[in-house]
Design a protein around this ligand. Structure first.
Ligand code: BV8
Ligand code: ZN
Length: 257
């Protein structure tokens, strides 16, 4: 049974056992989700879509089928998200993780996010399990393509550009549902889960596989599992749940270490 620490009024003094585990850890795996970018104004994945995409479920739009059916709607959704990310700034959670990585011990950052806010906060070697908004490629021949200029209107249906090599449509460089994850990224993340002694799970609802299985892989080989999220997870099988926002908890955690 995991311990819940209410951090909605800020991080209290850490229980000695937790402080010790955090302090002694020398191989730390951090898994982040949309929640770590929420304080940068990026809507989480579960947040209902608005405007041109209001009547769509994100998990439906994020598929090759949806793209084949209506390439402009899906392409425009990703260009709209890319515009949001380009306008956004890393928040204290992103920066705390970048600072933590500079400390003694090894910290590995694995993210489900397709934004580049971890990198813009100074994190290096970020493992993106679900791709990136900034790496379009050809839907047919997979050739990497340049990112086009953003549509001038906020919400505008634009057709994806064409591939200069085969004339195919450009698609966003993200992993869609039903598509396999990048092999090397997944293999590296799995190996890290199998050898870390501390796994921090930050801002993810843990619903999407195989990413959601990483903390369990870590737990089964004896790692301490700490979850940071304002919403408690009923089925959490780890050690501690720090209830609150990552932008407050992570910098405060670093202070106490
Ligand atoms: C695959 C890129 C092999 C695109 C994404 C086993 C069982 C069941 C289903 C499956 C299974 N294996 C595979 C599946 C199918 C599927 C899946 O898991 N479906 C789910 C929905 C049941 N998985 C796949 O299809 C994967 N591929 O398995 O390939 C294969 C191939 C062929 C056939 C079969 C298998 C591919 C999955 C990747 C999909 N792409 N993203 C895009 O972004 O558009 S997933 C996308 O959704 C994100 O990357 C992320 O992974 C997920 C969203 O989850 P979160 O990031 O957790 O965000 P969410 O909004 O849910 O939660 C936010 C959390 O933050 C909340 O808890 C909230 O409380 C918290 N929060 C809010 N504010 C803050 C905060 N926390 C801290 N601070 C705050 N301030
Ligand atoms: Zn092509």
């Amino acid at each position: 049974m995991s311990d819940l620490l209410d951090c909605r009024q800020g991080l209290p003094a850490l229980p000695p056992a937790l402080r010790e585990r955090l302090g002694d850890a020398d191989e730390v795996l951090v898994l982040t989700g949309a929640g770590v970018s929420a304080e940068s104004g990026i809507a989480t994945f579960r947040a209902a879509l608005s405007g041109l995409w209001a009547r769509f479920d994100p998990a439906q739009l994020a598929t090759a089928e949806a793209f084949r059916e209506d390439p402009a709607r899906v392409w425009s959704w990703y260009e709209w998200r890319r515009a949001q990310v380009l306008r956004a700034e890393p928040n204290p959670a992103h920066r705390a993780l970048a600072d933590w990585a500079e400390r003694p011990g090894r910290l590995h950052l694995v993210t489900q996010n397709v934004d580049d806010l971890h990198e813009r906060a100074g994190s290096r070697r970020v493992i993106h399990l679900h791709g990136s908004l900034h790496a379009p490629r050809c839907f047919d021949c997979a050739r990497p393509l340049d990112t086009p200029p953003l549509p001038d209107a906020e919400e505008q249906l634009v057709a994806p550009p064409r591939c200069p090599a085969c004339g195919g449509l450009a698609r966003p460089g993200v992993v869609w549902f039903g598509e396999s994850l990048p092999e090397d990224a997944l293999a590296t993340a799995w190996a890290l889960a199998e050898r870390c002694d501390l796994c921090l799970v930050v801002g993810t609802s843990g619903l999407v596989q195989p990413a959601a299985s990483l903390p369990e892989v870590a737990r089964q080989q004896g790692a301490t599992i700490v979850r940071i999220d304002p919403q408690p997870a009923a089925d959490f099988s780890g050690d501690w749940q720090l209830l609150g926002v990552a932008g407050v908890i992570l910098p405060a955690l670093l202070e106490q270490l």
